[in-house]
Design a protein around this ligand. Sequence first.
Ligand SMILES: Nc1nc2c(ncn2[C@@H]2O[C@H](COP(=O)(O)OP(=O)(O)OP(=O)(O)O)[C@@H](O)[C@H]2O)c(=O)[nH]1
Length: 499
Amino acid sequence: MTAHAQTASATILPLAEPLKAVRDTRPLRLITCGSVDDGKSTLIGRLLWDTKAVKEDQAATLARDSGQQNDLGLPDFALLLDGLQAEREQGITIDVAYRYFSTDRRSFIVADTPGHEQYTRNMATGASTADLAVLLADARAGLLEQTRRHATIAALMGIRQFVLAVNKIDLVNYDKAVFERISHEFREFALSLGVRQITAIPMSALKGENVVYPAEAAMPWYDGPTLIETLELATVRSGQAGGFRLPVQRVSRPGEGFRGYQGTVAGGSIKPGDSVAILPSGTVANVKQIVTFDLVRNAAVAGDAITLVLDRQVDVSRGDMIVSIDSQPMTGHHFDAQLVSLQPGGIEPGKRYWLKSGSRRQRVTVEPLSQLELATGKWLPHASTLSMNAIGKVRLSFEELAVFDPYEQNRSTGAFILIDPDTLNTVAGGMITAKRGDVGGIHRSQGGEGQRVVLSLPADLAEQIMASELFTNRRDEAEIRRMTSKQAAEIFSNAASDI
Ligand SMILES: Nc1nc2c(ncn2[C@@H]2O[C@H](COP(=O)(O)OP(=O)(O)OP(=O)(O)O)[C@@H](O)[C@H]2O)c(=O)[nH]1
């Protein structure tokens, strides 16, 4: 149905209640990760089994299939997972699978991602929507590099709640000292990643101890929560905080007098009468009408697919972003980001890539700044390429103005993938880290030719200053960061005398 037809047949709803009054029924999204054979499949199978998410016919098949396989006389819970057939054939789990289960208190979606290093990409995909990460460690092996890598990616993808499942605790005779050593080591590591909410649980996924049911008899020394209790109390991230964001996917001009901008709301909310800015141009307008596939609405929130009608003729095209006027994202040519390199060729400094974020696709070059050393959690200065699976801090430089939120504030408008224009492979997944206002005033590096200048000013003003700065001082790089007019005015009055 065209947008024109939508308006013609639309019902105007006299909605008395604002949309935000609708009950929040969002499930908790979690990701499980760890090294190969730590017991992820068994743990997820156990969660499904003990929360009764397993249907009777599946249960009968499970009992039959696993009858002779388990010396503990328990079903092999890993058999519950769909990917198992492929896993059995290839010896690996091949993709991200999402599974659903619930308790009386909450429902859950778990992303099951493979443990093999070459599948780091799938792990990053699963983590990008998760509220919480369950990291498994085999009690016998302790923390392995792959568990650290997964914890790092989970933290980079903005997950701020970790559960460490010290699994197979039955195989170390329920030894409290083993549990404490591994959880202490993990806590230190997670804190270095900026994650503060950490729950460590000694567990036997196979026997179902501390998963859904507590295990006082086997582990009298543990009085913390079970996994399911922790998950029930965890916080669901709000995707709706922050300002309104509509990445424009399509401009709809079905007929005379109707022009609508279509896309899925990527943050915040909007209602008719609200003032918006169209970025990167900065043009302003007011919202006249919000249309969905069958209704004219009095509001829209993150996740809604809408057509937005503005009160005046403006120039908007695919890839632009319509945002609330009083809470705008960052606009500029240079951004700091963190990324995970996903292809054998790695990331080449200076090469032009396509950056895709939502409906936008822009040319970008990437300058690696540092690389994370997983064993120590330290950022090492890095000048050459970022090889496959490396996690790096980079500087992105765009030919045209780019618009982003910091990933911490908006996981949709702050995330991107890099595409190699030669092979069309996705070579990296990343998130924008530069925050609005994190640089104040003018910063100059010391030295002569090739100095860098950072101007924190409203874009229009900064652009003019930058032009003259580059011209008069022969600097080869400058950077603009947006800030409020008040901050800018203050800085400008200081900076003007400085230049
Ligand atoms: N004794 C004991 N064995 C366990 C426990 N959890 C898992 N296992 C066993 O460990 C082996 C590996 O478990 P999986 O669940 O397949 O491991 P995984 O991490 O999913 O492995 P990948 O999918 O290959 O990454 C299986 O033989 C399980 O039965 C546990 O708590 N105790």
